[in-house]
Design a protein around this ligand. Sequence first.
Ligand SMILES: NC(=O)c1ccc[n+]([C@@H]2O[C@H](COP(=O)([O-])OP(=O)(O)OC[C@H]3O[C@@H](n4cnc5c(N)ncnc54)[C@H](O)[C@@H]3O)[C@@H](O)[C@H]2O)c1
Ligand SMILES: O=C(O)C[C@H](O)C(=O)O
Length: 338
Amino acid sequence: MFAARQAVGLFQRRAFSSTAANASKVAILGAAGGIGQPLSLLLKLNPRVSELALYDIVGAPGVAADISHVNTKSTVKGYGKGEAKEALKGSEIVLIPAGVPRKPGMTRDDLFNTNASIVRDLAKECAEACPDASILIIANPVNSTVPITAEVFKSKGVYNPKKLFGVTTLDVVRASRFISELKKTDPANESIVVVGGHSGATIVPLLSQSGSELKGEQLDEYVKRVQFGGDEVVKAKDGKGSATLSMAMAGARFAESLLKAAQGQKGVIEPTFVDSPLYKESHGVTYFASNVELGPNGVEKIHPVGDVTEYEQKLLDVCLKDLKGNIEKGEKFVKENP
Ligand SMILES: NC(=O)c1ccc[n+]([C@@H]2O[C@H](COP(=O)([O-])OP(=O)(O)OC[C@H]3O[C@@H](n4cnc5c(N)ncnc54)[C@H](O)[C@@H]3O)[C@@H](O)[C@H]2O)c1
Ligand SMILES: O=C(O)C[C@H](O)C(=O)O
């Protein structure tokens, strides 16, 4: 009897400690929006998440009440205007899809005027409430909103380049799906390296590294489709926003990878736009998306771009020029509007 009680006690302690190791609070800022809602749902379905904090200036308590009925173990709470800090406290991961989406005819950079200040203000809340969290920026223009967040964290003395990520996952999701459509293959077996940034010409798919033999017009069309995949959705939604569902899947995938790495899994690799040494000295480009190995402290290892063809090098040259401007625009914004 005593032995049996001891065994139960041991089991309970083990069960408790394994839950504690996987106890990850995740916050979503902009949780009631087009991306925020399906992203919240996908994270509610993720057993690695123990607590979900859903913040938005409108509608978050309703979304939280709805999602909280899904019968997985995690808890869900909604937070409204003025409650960002409470939502953020104790968060391990913060995803930020708060901000306006494009309408047909707009570039992502056209969103700068509205989204720069939204992201700056939310970055301030994060820097104060959860300076050690991994911050995942989804709000566009990512090429500028990531540097904006970095500048805010620097100004508060809490910047950790290993924990700030621009979410570019949707670009590799598209690159994989679009090549599978051409080759009539299963996209699960198509992994394409995409580097650079997250807008038009700064998105550079490196098809040659996957052994693909697309050439000429077919290659041009493929590259254009990956670079301007977002525009396809904006046009089809006809004024009602941009990609939300595929983006939610991509954001949930990236969060899951970070959680896996934080919870001890080795060799977790995702492409992401980070503070990167790859083109810092040669081109003055301080942030760049490439494959990144994730670890318990965020960025573990930034992979080099690798071999590229002459064609891809030309794409990279254009990308680097555009990226530099986008990054400097973000940094200048925070300097002039702290
Ligand atoms: N990184 C990517 O690959 C990617 C993909 C798709 C969309 N996006 C970007 O994500 C952003 C959101 O897109 P969406 O379709 O979800 O837009 P949406 O308008 O449907 O949702 C945005 C949400 O943000 C909220 N919000 C606005 N200001 C806020 C603030 N200060 N604090 C908290 N919440 C705030 C709004 O209330 C709204 O619920 C856009 O900027 C879009 O361009 C990025
Ligand atoms: O295209 C957009 O504006 C949204 C997003 O960046 C995307 O790639 O779908």
